[in-house]
Design a protein around this ligand. Sequence first.
Ligand code: BGC
Length: 363
Amino acid sequence: MKKLIATALATAMVFSSAMAASAAQVGIVLPTKDEPRWLQDQASFEAVLDEAGFTSDVLFSQGSSATELTNVESLIEDGIEVLVICAQDAAAAGAAVQKAKDAGVTVVCYDRLITGTDAVDYYVTFNSFAVGVAQGQFLIDAYEGQTDVPLYLYSGAVTDNNAFIFFAGAWSVLSEAVANGQFVVENCPAIEEYVGTVLDVDADHDALADILGTITTNWDFAVAKTLAEGNLVAADADAKGDVAILAPNDGTARAIADAFTDDADVTSYVITGQDAENASLKYIQDGKQSMTVWKNTATLAETTSALVSAILAGEDVETDAVYNNQVIDVPSVEEAVTVITADNLGELIEAGNFSQEAIDGAE
Ligand code: BGC
């Protein structure tokens, strides 16, 4: 009997020390392991938070809001003080962050804003509007002086607030270029009434939702490829030739580029991207993708770490922007982005920002 109690006690002690070892001050929830973008964030967080001396735990939602909620619940259970969350679905994540708030946890939206709730404290993000502007402007510059260039538009997931911002950013410059005859939009009748008009992310949210609904890739490579193939089947040969393609990110850009490459009537294409994934840097070196927008996750992780540090110390948190999430104005910190093309990629590799070996090995 004594022995049994001793064993039970020892087990309980091992169990509680294991719990203590796994307890984290900061819980990080990221959307999926299946896109290289979020593995970049994970690596950046682990390096930065470790160095700052915080205990942290990174969990992935694997494309599911239900898993996201379970992840948040288990982090709350684990005793986190700060939740850093990149939502799977902007609206659905409201329930998860409400639970965190109710448990006294400070909530930081990371990269993607959670909408329709007052249960968020801060937002750390790249300048997503600037991402869209850079994509749109790149297409304009690539076809400078030309007219009637066929333009194909694609967007991210409508459940992601960023998809609205990226598209509104791109359209803020493309709108005029379509109005003045440089481009002809070939795959999006819903945009026609907005040619010559700038769309505002907040005020024109419903119009943007309708437009995005017709050109969404859902951030999914297979959806992107099927959509592009369908657009190409529907388009006449004179809507092909040398074309411009607004692709929202790298994964979808590669899928869409492959579809356009396979079409005999497409002579050449200029296509945008985002994230500086190694596979896309390879596409850029091989002339199969024209640009990407690099969002340095090391910088965003450092910014987040500084914010977390101030929160944990009970100090004032410095912010430099405000984003409205349909319920409140969320104090935000915004980071700049960098355009990468075949022209500056070599320098960035030489400076150690990217590795040629990793690019060569990317799938
Ligand atoms: C991110 C992009 C990413 C996309 C798909 C967006 O919210 O800002 O960097 O490519 O989601 O995961």
